[in-house]
Structure formats: C-alpha cells, structure tokens
Unconditional design. Structure first.
Length: 231
C-alpha cells in the first residue's frame, strides 16, 4: 500500500537525524556562530515547526544554545560532535570522488548515507590512504582527527565581485546535485578562472566569461560559488 503525502513527509523528517542538524549549523552559521531556524529549515527542506522541535531536543541534550526567535549556536560539545561528522562526510566525499570515480554531483548523497555507519578507525585509514587531504571535492576544508582545520581563504560569493575582476573558484556549495550538474555544464570547477563582465541591476544576475565564452548566470547560482581575486 502506498504512503500518502503526509505519511511520506513524516517519514522523511524522522530520517533527518541530529547529525544532519548539527552539521548544517556548523557549516552555515554566521561569523558569530549563529544561524536562524528558518535557514536550517530551508537547507533541510523541512518545516520551521520541525526545526523548532529538534532544536529544543538538541538544547536539552547540551548540543546547542537555543532561544525561540533568536539565533541558535553550537555549544562546545555540539561543535566537537558536528566537526567530527563534517570530517567523516568530507573524507567519504573525497574517497568516492578520487578512488571510486563518482562525479562531484553524486558524492554528497552517497557520503551522507555512509558517514553515520563508518567507524573512526575506518575514517582515519581512509584519510591516510588519501594522503591526509585538506579539501573535499567541492573545496570545503576537512578537519583532521584532532579537529584542526587547514588555514585557507574561503573566498567571497561570486555575486559580490565587481565587473572587470578576474577570479578563481575556491569552493562551491554541495547541497544540490542539480546545481553542481549545471555549473559543470557551463565549465565551472575548482580553480577555474572566471571574468565578471557585467552585473545586471534588474535581477542581480551576472554575465561572466569562462574559457573565453560569455555566459549569464543567476544571482542564486552566483551566491553559491565562492572565489578569490586573481592578482
């Protein structure tokens, strides 16, 4: 018997673990370490009410500091937990990309399925096999087993770059496979040089030059690509 839509939604929300919440908070918090509940809901594609319920639980367990209508931030134990989950996820992504040969738009979901079940010993062995990498396939930093991150320039959103400036792609957001497929199709990858030709005031889209070919990209796409200026 097939599930109705409400039952499907409830099952989906039940499958979103505390690790998913803590990882989103860790990766998407602002410079003060805070994130709004609606931002978490948007990234996990669930309701604000579901996020509120989970944040209350995580607060009781000591993983987050949560006050309704205010930003949520990780406690020290929550940050340690989340950092370890992010480490496991990004090592799996790199392993699947480099060793297994999956394209960068496929590794996120596969790594998500694997990160919860692998032992720390296996993760450490994979890290050794990969020669202690500092970045995952999307340019995000990988914490080492002691929780230390490499010193890198995370870059600025492509949408903030002024016309006439040449930039290099540092990293891209990995939460949407269709986004990764799209930017791959137009020639965007890590370390790719891009020239911003024009910024349109009407919709904040950009005209960019990639491999000597001009392409128009939306403000949403540009906001998920992070770059540094080429001197």
């Amino acid at each position: 018997m097939s599930l109705n839509l409400l039952e499907q939604m409830n099952l989906y929300m039940q499958n979103i673990s505390k690790e998913d919440y803590l990882s989103v908070i860790y990766k998407s918090a602002d410079s003060n370490g805070e994130i709004k509940a609606n931002q978490i809901a948007e990234q996990l594609n669930i309701s604000n009410a579901a996020v509120t319920d989970m944040l209350r639980k995580l607060s009781k367990e000591g993983y987050v500091e949560y006050k309704r209508y205010k930003g949520t931030k990780l406690t020290n134990s929550g940050e340690d937990y989340a950092r370890n989950m992010v480490r496991r996820h990004r090592i799996w992504e790199l392993f699947l990309h480099q060793i297994v040969g999956l394209p960068w738009d496929k590794v996120h979901n596969e790594a998500h399925n694997l990160e919860h079940s692998a032992s720390d010993e296996l993760i450490n062995k994979m890290e050794e096999m990969l020669d202690y990498p500092e970045y995952d396939p999307h340019g995000d930093p990988i914490p080492d087993k002691n929780g230390h991150l490499p010193k890198i320039n995370l870059g600025v959103p492509l949408g903030s770059v002024k016309p006439g400036i040449k930039v290099k792609v540092n990293r891209v957001h990995d939460f949407d496979s269709s986004f990764l497929q799209y930017i791959s199709k137009i020639g965007i990858e890590l370390n790719k040089e891009i020239m911003v030709v024009e910024a349109l005031e009407f919709d904040h889209s950009l005209l960019v030059e990639i491999d000597k070919k001009e392409t128009s990209i939306s403000s949403k796409v540009a906001a998920n690509i992070f770059v540094t200026e080429v001197k």
